[in-house]
Design a binder for this molecule. Structure first.
Ligand SMILES: CCS(=O)(=O)c1ccc(CC(=O)Nc2nc(-c3ccccc3)c(C(=O)c3ccccc3CC(C)C)s2)cc1
Length: 244
C-alpha cells in the first residue's frame, strides 16, 4: 500500500483505539496507586463463587462491548459480510480485551485496574480459578515488558481481530486483503521507530492469547456446570453468546 494510505490507516486505527478504550492511559496512570484496602479485598474474597463470577462477567462484557466498537471502526471491517464480522468478533474479542488489559496493569505491584482501583490476584480468590488469574497476570506482565505505544497496541489489536485462520470464514480472501494492509502498516511503523525486533515478539504473543482464551472458556464451562442458573439467567447475553 502507498505511504499515504499507511499513514491514513494508522491515524484511523489509533483514533478508534483511543475512542473505544474505556480509560485513557493518562487516567489509568493517575489511578495506578489507588489500591483496594484490606477490608475491601476481604469483602471481595467473601463474595460467593457465583457472585464474583457475575461481577466479573459484567465488567468483562463491558470491556468486550468497547472492543466490538473498535472492530466496527477498523477500515474495511464493515465491508465484510455480517457472518464474518461475527466470526471474527466471537473468536477475537476476548483476545483484544486481554491485550488491552495490559494498559491497566501496574507491573511494580502486580495489580490490575478493576472496579475503580488496582487489585492483585488475591482479590479474585473467590472466582476459584487461580491458574487463570496467574496466566492473565503473567500475560499482562509480558505485554507491559514490550512497552507498546498506543499506535502499536491499536495495530496489534486489529491484527488479533482480522485473523484469516478463524474457522468458518465465508470470504477469507477479503479478510486476507484487510490483514495485509494492517501487517504492512505495522511493519512500516516498527521500521520507522527502529523497533523491527518487536514484530516477531508480537506475533509470538498470539499463541499465548489463544491459550489464555481457551483457559477462560474452560473455567467458564467448569463454572456453568456448577451454577447453570446463574450463567443462563443472570449472565450478560453478550458474554453467553461469545463464550459459551
Ligand atoms: C480494557 C480497556 S481499559 O480502558 O484499559 C480498561 C477498562 C476497564 C477496566 C476495568 C475492568 O473491567 N477490569 C477487569 N479486570 C479483570 C480481570 C480479572 C482478573 C484478572 C485480571 C483482570 C476483568 C475480568 O473480568 C477478566 C479479565 C480477563 C480475564 C478474566 C477475567 C475474569 C473472568 C472470571 C471473567 S474486568 C480495566 C481496563
Amino acid at each position: 500500500p502507498s505511504l499515504l494510505h499507511i499513514e491514513e490507516l494508522c491515524d484511523s486505527i489509533v483514533r478508534s483505539h483511543r475512542d473505544t478504550s474505556q480509560f485513557r492511559l493518562e487516567e489509568l496512570q493517575a489511578l495506578r496507586w489507588k489500591l483496594f484496602s484490606r477490608e475491601e479485598i476481604h469483602a471481595y474474597q467473601s463474595k460467593s463463587v457465583d457472585e464474583m463470577w457475575q461481577h466479573c462477567a459484567v465488567r468483562l462484557t463491558e470491556a468486550v462491548q468497547y472492543v466490538v466498537e473498535f472492530a466496527k471502526r477498523i477500515p474495511g471491517f464493515r465491508g465484510l459480510g455480517q457472518n464474518d464480522q461475527i466470526t471474527l468478533l466471537k473468536t477475537g474479542s476476548m483476545e483484544v480485551v486481554l491485550v488491552r488489559m495490559s494498559r491497566c496493569f501496574n507491573t511494580e505491584n502486580s495489580t490490575v485496574f478493576f472496579d475503580g482501583k488496582f487489585a492483585s490476584t488475591e482479590l479474585f480468590k473467590s472466582l476459584g480459578c487461580g491458574d487463570l488469574m496467574v496466566a492473565v497476570f503473567d500475560f499482562a506482565h509480558s505485554m507491559c515488558a514490550l512497552r507498546l505505544t498506543e499506535l502499536q497496541m491499536a495495530l496489534f489489536s486489529s491484527l488479533v481481530l482480522i485473523n484469516t485462520d478463524r474457522p468458518c470464514l465465508e470470504d477469507r480472501g477479503r479478510v486476507h486483503r484487510m490483514r495485509r494492509h494492517l501487517e504492512g502498516s505495522l511493519s512500516h511503523m516498527l521500521r520507522r521507530d527502529n523497533q523491527e525486533s518487536l514484530e516477531h515478539k508480537l506475533y509470538q504473543k498470539v499463541s499465548v492469547l489463544q491459550s489464555l482464551c481457551s483457559l477462560h472458556v474452560e473455567k467458564l464451562h467448569w463454572f456453568s456446570q456448577r451454577y447453570p442458573f446463574t450463567v443462563h439467567s443472570v449472565f450478560p447475553p453478550l458474554y453467553k453468546e461469545l463464550f459459551t
